[in-house]
Design a protein around this ligand. Sequence first.
Ligand code: 4AD
Ligand code: MG
Length: 476
Amino acid sequence: NNRVKISQLLTWEPAQQEVTVMGWVRTFRNNQFIALNDGSTNTNLQVVVELGKFDEALLKRITTSAALKIRGVVIPSLGKGQKLEVKADSIEILGDSDPEKYPLQPKKHSLEFLRDIAHLRFRTNTFASVFRIRHSLAFAVHKFFHERGFLYLHTPIVTASDAEGAGEMFRVTTLPFDNPPRNEDGSINFKEDFFGRSTNLTVSGQLEGELGATALGEIYTFGPTFRAENSNTTRHLAEFWMIEPEMAFCDLEDNMNLAEAFIKYIIRYAMEHNKEDIEFLASRLAEEEKQLPADKRSEMGLVEKLEFVVNNDFERITYTEAIDILLQSTPYKKKKFQYEVKWGVDMQSEHERYLVEKHFKKPVIVTNYPKEFKAFYMRLNDDNKTVAAMDILAPGIGEIVGGSQREERLSVLEARMKEMNIPAEELWWYLDTRRFGTVPHAGFGLGFERMVQFVTGMGNIRDVIAFPRAPKTAEF
Ligand code: 4AD
Ligand code: MG
């Protein structure tokens, strides 16, 4: 068929061309004006139905969300807000939609309501914009790394390793639940499993990514990752997508530079290719913020914020400096923080938010955290107390990137693993990279949904992934 997409059609001059368009009815006004949407843009196409030209029976079936195929002529529009419209010559109903049963009304629904009917929420302007932007960001991720010569490495979803050593894994097994084979001591004998090992869904592709980088040079992964953390927050999912570049011959400084360039690049890409969608979400957000008390409103609109981020350097500070700033801060002095601020204790989101939203008012890269609460693979600094870690904190989001220079010295790594009770015999394959031609290398992980949240301004992470997996989410 020679169907034209509405986004494309709307860029034409209204010069009497014949077209075929297909889409879903958003509204049908006065038995005369169909607002048609096909998912390519939030701007509906106005289709004009001449009085008396079509059967009453057909017109009755033009209800909200009915699917139509329309042939007609592109003409100048007299109505305001649009340059052209299509005058219908033929209307075919591809699929009816019972208006009594269709749950979406042509009005604004709350995000909570839409989360409950997540299977239909793509049909709203808000979600259509979010998912078009999400697509662009994903495409820009590949474009960025491809242009820089990184290879896209597909790391496993089912794995025997716990890359973060945090024990937040979903177990995967083929053993029968009711009567699994047992060892003599009564524990489950995973050796009889399909993999002959206890396996789980991956929490990160990093360890396998390091295998790739220490031979191929520069790789990145972009895949689903799983964390069995029961955190019911607006920033956590049990299944989320992560982008993890890993670079040989690279230190913490190079790592920071890459992460900053990467974030700016993909935001810029979306700003160029999804201008209309970002502006739509920006005005939606501005409307919502009007309901808030003045001191809770953002200082910048969404578009302004994104422009600011791509045009300014991120702040770079050490963990030690961050703690000093917090100890000097007004909320600390007025005992407004809920959690303790102390060198050696991890920062909580209230502290991170203070740093990025109140103190620096821009993204901040925090480096060199105490080793105690960071992963085993991070490179130990000369002070023996901190590791070459970096977290990037973004306004309104908090931690968006976690990364580090990796411990490339075998003996230091083995000692760290012992300290942290990470079984070296299970990670023998990982340690081989340190045995055979070890090199300084570094990488990071960007939480893709948090990035989509940042660009779309959506407050809840469940609203930027099509099928959220989190405590109490929908059933499909
Ligand atoms: O800081 P994390 O745990 O780091 C890693 O997994 C490293 N292996 C990355 C690396 O160095 N290759 O996670 C990285 C990012 C976080 O900064 C956050 O943006 C996101 O992943 N993230 C989550 N996003 C949504 N829901 C969750 N439960 C998340 N946990 C982490
Ligand atoms: Mg982290």
